[in-house]
Design a protein around this ligand. Sequence first.
Ligand code: LMR
Length: 416
Amino acid sequence: MTTTTTSSSIFSSAPRIPPDAIFALTAEYIADPSPQKVNLGQGTYRDDKGQPWVLPSVRESRRIIEERGLLHEYLPILGLKTFREKTAELVFGEGYGKIQDKLATSQTLSGTGSLHLAGSIIKSCLLRSHPSHPLPTVYIPNPTWSNHHLVFSSLGFNTLSFPYYNPTTKSLNIPSYLSTLRAAALGSIIILHACAHNPTGLDPSPEEWKEIGGIVKERNLFPLFDAAYLGFNSGDYDKDAWPVRYFVSELGVESAVCLSFAKNMGLYGERVGCLLLCTSTPEIATNTQSVLESLQRSEISNPPAFGAKIAETILANEKLRRLWFEDLRTMSGRIQEMRRVLFEGLGRYSSGNWDHLIRQSGMFGFLGLSRDIVRILKDEYHIYMAENSRVSIAGLNSGNVDYVARSIAEVLAREQ
Ligand code: LMR
């Protein structure tokens, strides 16, 4: 008998996928030796000296954890119970008591893990109930966070972009938003940025949220909130959580809330997140939670402990929670101040209209510059921002904001 050896690889069909744009930009920034360089790319908070900031509430929480003694045991599959309960209480505020027994929750690998677990459980439940039906379409605003399409398409969902932003008026495109929802097939999934829309910094007003909610309810759409910036946007957690509370407590629709503590507690690399699924009945919630547990076991066995303990300690301790709320005001206040100073600088040095910048909120500013200008700013001025001219305002400080405003104005003038 002859055996044929073949040199073919199981991976021979692997395509060469370009590196993730935002992480590649961070690497380029790090490698740039220029002392003038400014990083306005990845959304990470920096203090006025351009340094990462460990929140005082986080420092105190770590001290308490260390005092209790080092422990590196596994967490339960669904993560820390008190962390999940305190997170849900925080998100739903006064309405928590009424919906508590209809919640299925799991600790997750930050916001991305939460979105992924939400997609996985929706897929798993729909394939059980309607094995022969195609999965629903996931509607994603355009523009959006660069990872949304990847998360849902990697799970086998068909994703569809819909216009969210009007580049001419540099404002929200509400008519097209609403008409997309009205035309969406019953049961479609809609990705909603709970606040601080990434990248545009433009959120619907309460009245517009109500219109969106009305259509969601009428057409039985499934709202999936990406809630990565609660408390970080305005400095007031209750205010930022209002749209989520409105959908869940007032409209009473089933929904998913995907939370991350990366930005609002500065726990980026610790991967602290939580998925809250709001279901219709306590029995459905119990069953759904058991599916979450089984999916989590198959994916990661159990989530990382350290960051979740930090968050849990803050949320469960009234004094620390108040200190954290102060930290939120410190971060969002500095960002708001930098937005204002950039706006004034651009007004001073350039002839353009920058009103859109001041209408936006949250971590990002959406400048409306061409790709060419973004490239020149990087290559010649060492100012790094996403290709679509999204800037992380947190990368600005009193030492670089004037340079950034002057440079943008200079490039605009010379390209005209
Ligand atoms: C960003 O949008 O820059 C951050 O959320 C980082 C990331 O993971 O993309």
